[in-house]
Design a protein around this ligand. Structure first.
Ligand code: ADP
Length: 499
């Protein structure tokens, strides 16, 4: 059974909450309606604090500030290196405050404190520095045309950007979105998820200290159908970058189409296969599979939620995976011994438990887990299903929790077919020592990222995004800058030509 430490957080790590208002035009302000909402600690189910609730009228004010900052403010007119300097300073300030911010994300989202401090927030800072470094390397091309004419392309900032982000990686997603759009010279309105507004507001405070001009970065916490929908339907927002569920992605796309036809990009989750061939070290494979599904309590869009194992090693793999899952430590995410904290909120807990029930009803075999841990906090046991058929709901839908389905395959062709048998196409993993198999499978899987003998490894320079219904557009890497740039062609005669 799972060891649990509920809740035993060392109180010294608890920060006082400093920022709970909307950040608009460089100032923390109350919402127009004066309404606030609770943000809940998933470890205790208690209210951490109340946060100003942004609504359509607050989004309008924020967009106005961003528009003004774009049309007549300094940010788009600075040289790339001037923007870079400010972004680098912001990165330094975040580094200086990393423990406090890590604690905010742990309280808000139930994420492991230690991981926030050494993993996610350092990656977020790295992303900010990566795009700071890119800010003075954005340029077009010279077009040769013909004897009398020449042309060139200009890459101009697209304008006011709307960012709508989820709660599972509040810090990294914030900087995945904000950094390239800042480097491009855009101004923006960001809506953090209602579950995790606290670190985003702290980042806004540090942005001001770093010298990001007023109106460039506006952070408006609020709910999806109100504040979020106001962003996607806004006539004066030039593009929206969204990360979240398929269902909301559709709504964002619809609102973009029926308003000002703004281009958008969508990153929408997955049901990623980890395909393990029988020539691998079984212990290593077990380790990777476990990490692939339990990391961040399965609240990861690229989680390896379908593990496909070749028949030669299947039985031993299954046995070892179950043994290891049973020793996994579920407990308070502030406790350094914990390997898994609580699901981010009550709705997630309920969703995960209902998928588990559905799996049982559909006739899959529950090998371990399946229950809530304790009765306070949203903790769930690591859960493994076997005898899973490909058309079962638990094999097709994104559960977004510590629940993995195991499937057996015989041939590589079968594995490819099964790996691709999903509406999603975000990520995939392959484990084998055979180069031909690795090459063939990596090219045959329709997914935006493929890991060979590793999982989750990424970096600021690695483009990230989906095939199929996992969305379109890419975050990270130099390619993501282009979501926030417009391309203009300029043509002129070289000398007195007949034109
Ligand atoms: P999840 O199911 O993982 O919570 P969602 O797609 O529901 O993911 O939420 C991701 C983000 O989208 C959150 O910031 C949420 O508030 C926002 N959101 C939810 N509904 C809408 C909507 N109708 N329009 C725009 N944004 C929305």
């Amino acid at each position: 059974t799972h060891t649990s430490h509920l809740p035993s957080s060392p109180i010294t790590m608890m920060p006082t909450i400093k920022f709970t208002n909307l950040f608009i035009n460089g100032h923390f302000v109350h919402s127009v309606s004066g309404r606030t909402f609770e943000t809940i600690d998933p470890r205790t189910e208690e209210v951490i604090t109340r946060v100003s609730e942004g609504n359509k009228e607050d989004i309008d004010i924020a967009v106005k500030a961003a528009r003004e900052a774009f049309d007549s403010g300094p940010w788009p007119r600075m040289t790339g290196s001037e923007r870079a300097k400010i972004m680098m300073k912001w990165a330094d300030l975040i580094e200086e405050n990393i423990e406090e911010i890590a604690a905010l994300d742990t309280m808000d989202a139930g994420k492991l404190y230690y991981f926030n401090k050494v993993g996610e927030i350092p990656s977020a800072i790295d992303t900010l520095r990566y795009y700071a470094g890119a800010a003075d390397k954005i340029h077009g091309e010279v077009l040769k045309m013909n004897r009398e004419l020449y042309g060139y392309t200009l890459l101009e900032p697209i304008g006011v950007v709307g960012h709508i982000i989820p709660w599972n990686a509040p810090s990294l997603t914030f900087f995945i979105k904000v950094s390239p759009s800042l480097a491009a010279g855009c101004t923006m309105v960001l809506k953090p998820a209602e579950q995790t507004p606290l670190s985003a507001l702290f980042y806004a405070h540090l942005a001001k200290l770093a010298g990001i001009p007023d109106g460039v970065l506006n952070v408006v916490p609020g709910f999806g159908p109100t504040a979020g929908a106001a962003i996607s339907a806004h006539m004066d927002i030039d593009t929206v970058s969204f990360t979240g569920s398929i269902q909301v992605g559709r709504e964002v796309m619809q609102a973009a189409a029926t308003s000002n036809l703004k281009p958008i990009s969508l990153e929408l989750g997955g049901k990623s296969p980890l395909i393990i061939f029988d020539d691998v070290d079984i212990d290593k494979a077990v380790q990777l599979a476990l990490f692939g599904i339990l990391f961040n309590k399965g609240e990861v869009c690229v989680a390896s939620s379908r593990v496909l194992v070749q028949e030669g090693i299947y039985d031993e793999f299954e046995k070892k995976l179950v043994e290891k899952a049973k020793c996994w430590i579920v407990g308070d995410p502030f406790d350094p011994k914990s390997q898994q904290g609580p699901q981010a909120d009550k709705k997630q807990l309920e969703n995960v438990l209902s998928y588990i029930e559905q799996g049982k009803r559909e006739g899959a075999t529950l090998l371990t887990g399946g229950n809530r841990v304790g009765n306070k906090g949203y903790y769930v046991e690591p859960t493994i299903f076997s005898n899973v058929k490909e058309d079962m709901v638990i094999a097709q839908e994104e559960i977004f929790g510590p629940v993995v389905v195991l499937m057996k395959f015989r041939t590589m062709e079968e594995a490819i077919k099964s790996g691709n048998n999903t509406k999603y196409g975000l990520a995939a993993g392959i484990m084998t020592q055979n180069l031909d198999i690795a090459n063939t499978v990596s090219r045959s899987i329709r997914a935006g990222i493929v890991w060979i003998n590793c999982y989750f490894t990424a970096g600021s320079d690695v483009p990230f995004g989906g095939y199929k219904m996992s969305g379109f557009g890419r975050d990270m890497g130099m390619v993501a800058l282009h979501k926030y740039l417009q391309l203009k062609s300029v043509i002129t005669p070289i000398h007195n030509s007949p034109w």
